[in-house]
Design a protein around this ligand. Sequence first.
Ligand SMILES: *Cc1c(COP(=O)(O)O)cnc(C)c1O
Length: 362
Amino acid sequence: MPRPIIATIDISALQHNLQVAKARAPNAKVWAVLKANAYGHGLERGLRGFAAADGLALVEPDYALRLRELGWEKPILLLEGFFDTADLDAVIAAQLETAVHCGEQIDLLEQILPSQPRSFKLNVHLKMNSGMNRLGFPPEAFRAAYTRLRALPEIGNITLMTHLANADDAQNPGLPLQEQMARFEKGVAGLPGERSTANSAVDLMHPELRSDWVRPGIMLYGATPGGQTAESFGLRPAMTLTSEIIGIQKIATGEAIGYGSRFVAQEPMVIGVVACGYADGYPRHAPTGTPVVVDGVRTGTVGRVSMDMFSVDLTHIPNVRVGSKVLLWGDGLSVDDVAHAAGTIGYELLCAVAPRVKMVEI
Ligand SMILES: *Cc1c(COP(=O)(O)O)cnc(C)c1O
């Protein structure tokens, strides 16, 4: 018997959310982003959920090859590009598309591409660092990088790509979104090619900034990058993580709960023990009060999360017993709410679900 913690993946929710992304950007083509094992949902489930996408995008070359093995024939994009010569060989063999974000990658392309057959074409996505200061060529070096790539006859389309740092947070004191887009526009001025600038946050909150390609990730899984709720955008949670109560303690005033005795009861309480801990991917830093639903009633965690268990307050929930159903996040409790309470983001919780958690699909 496995432990009662189960992640249920709703493939129809993935399909639905992709339709929402498409409807929000009717004139754009969609890269469905399924890096990190489809944000923790499983690569094959992502593949089935996103069959209607124009392409699939991820950062792991080995997973990209797996998508080809699984029969995906439409474009696949490596968002961080290739990491070494062996990767580039794989990119060529599997007809992947690749981001190009640094001079070293162009050096490798110049070495390797001339030995390809004349008919071979590699589509690349030339990435600009427009102010996030992570990957990409600075605006003033972009044209020179473009020219180097265009000089290679084996290069097919060059898509002009950037990634926005603050699309999810209008209050951010850092680089304003419009300023970042202005840097991008300046850097690409006069260069032909399609543009790719939008992640989920742009798709959901800044429709005016969508371009030829959109690259939604988190929204496809039914969570949001911040701001409004996923539900308000018509998105449905794709992962529902559930478990059960495996023990109940009736405790007196003054009794403490869990490691470090971080929570001390101020009144007599009924405490339930949930089969879910940080070794399942539940955040250890979730404080007392992090939302949990037991038998359909919203309550909160109490005390520290341990490796395989944490405690919840059942004091005001009638008829709870060992075996009562516990909803950790998903349909009925947004992963974004749980993440917010724990000081993190839904992305991290979804990606962190541990291999020992049984995953089933509906
Ligand atoms: C992960 C990623 C995305 C998707 O971002 P979300 O916030 O999940 O929508 C888009 N573009 C790039 C380059 C990424 O790495």
